[in-house]
Ligand binder design. Structure first.
Ligand code: GDP
Ligand code: FO1
Length: 304
């Protein structure tokens, strides 16, 4: 099974998928367009969340960072006047230091991730979407700012005029991503932000064409007219999509075979031109993630 993932909604689904499918049979293609340098190190929030989920280290209260981490280095930096845009935990920083050291010596992000996975004892394949640098930039009335500056630095408050992916025109799915997709028919687009998490993966050269030949089931991160969490609504509106499950279907376009929407969502199925399935998609416990994951896996039998 292949999943396309950001750093919150899809990892919750992966938690359930792991109960139904062995880790060895799971591949996750992860967004890297929110990556940012912090204090000289490459921080890859979505990749790290997925790695920590598989290694068992993830702080599942926040869905980022390592559980019970300390912040001594972050505080020490603050004391000497260095204000980091992200609060980096000490153990989390070890991951970034290791990654950055390898990359400075010439390793690609894919190679560095493979090494991290192996050292963390991870059996699933965790693949960055690409090795080129792509940055999600938010256009606001104050100018263009990095996604993390908008979301963490400015608490998502500035009006959003547009969302741009700088560097994407040079970016392509890695050989590992293409090989994984060549060897598997079923792809789940988890309930992730369609603009900032899945959008960058779909924007890679040739990606939509590859996916159009697969059975693709997506889960909507929107219920009614609101995202379950995070800035998806504001960003979808800025890109001209309605903040709704039909808006999510429109974002993904013709690569989709089926969209799973929440059974609380009162939207009429006539508003979609693809197959719709309904379930309780709120994964606020491991049991609910497991029940939902089993449902999604079974849906592949119904995809023509
Ligand atoms: P990010 O990288 O932290 O933005 O994480 P993702 O893009 O992977 O996930 C964020 C999206 O997940 C948001 O748009 C939420 O609406 C959605 N989300 C989070 N938890 C759930 C859930 O339990 N169910 C559903 N359906 N969506 C969720
Ligand atoms: N999110 C926050 O809201 N505040 C933080 O201080 C913060 C630090 C952080 C450190 C490492 C990491 O991997 C993620 C971190 N996040 C933090 C989450 C992250 O900024 C966003 O949730 C994602 O990039 C959105 O996908």
């Amino acid at each position: 099974m292949i999943l396309l993932s950001g750093g919150t909604g899809t990892p919750k689904l992966i938690q359930g998928i792991r109960r139904a499918i062995p880790d060895e049979e799971i591949t996750v293609i992860v967004n890297t367009a929110e990556d940012i340098m912090v204090s000289g190190n490459v921080v890859s929030p979505d990749l790290d969340t997925v790695l920590y989920l598989f290694s068992g280290a993830l702080d599942v209260e926040k869905y980022w960072g390592i559980k019970n981490d300390t912040f001594h280095t972050h505080q020490a930096l603050k004391k000497i006047g260095v204000s980091e845009i992200l609060m980096i935990g000490d153990a989390d920083r070890a991951t970034h230091v290791f990654r950055s050291e390898l990359m400075q010596k010439g390793a690609s992000l894919t190679e560095a991730t493979k090494q991290l996975s192996s050292r963390m004892g991870i059996k699933a394949r965790v693949l960055p979407m690409c090795d080129e640098k792509v940055d999600t930039m938010i256009k606001t009335p104050e100018g263009l700012m990095h996604f993390q500056e908008f979301w963490i630095g400015r608490r998502g408050e500035p009006p959003v005029l547009d969302v741009r992916l700088t560097g994407v025109e040079r970016a392509k799915p890695t050989r590992e991503v293409i090989e994984a997709l060549n060897s598997e028919d079923n792809v789940i687009i988890g309930p992730s932000n369609p603009i900032t998490s899945i959008g960058p993966i779909l924007a890679l050269k040739g990606m939509r064409k590859i996916l159009s030949k697969k059975k693709v089931i997506a889960v909507s991160p929107i219920i009614g007219n609101s995202p379950v969490s995070g800035p998806a609504g504001k960003l979808m509106a800025a890109r001209g999509f309605s903040i709704s499950s039909p808006g999510v279907a429109e974002c993904y376009g013709d690569i989709l075979d089926m969209l799973v929407i929440d059974d609380r969502d009162t939207v009429n199925e006539k508003e979609f031109d693809i197959q719709i399935a309904r379930f309780d998609t709120i994964m606020d416990s491991v049991e609910k993630s497991e029940a939902f994951a089993s449902f999604v896996i079974r849906l592949f039998r119904d995809v023509g």
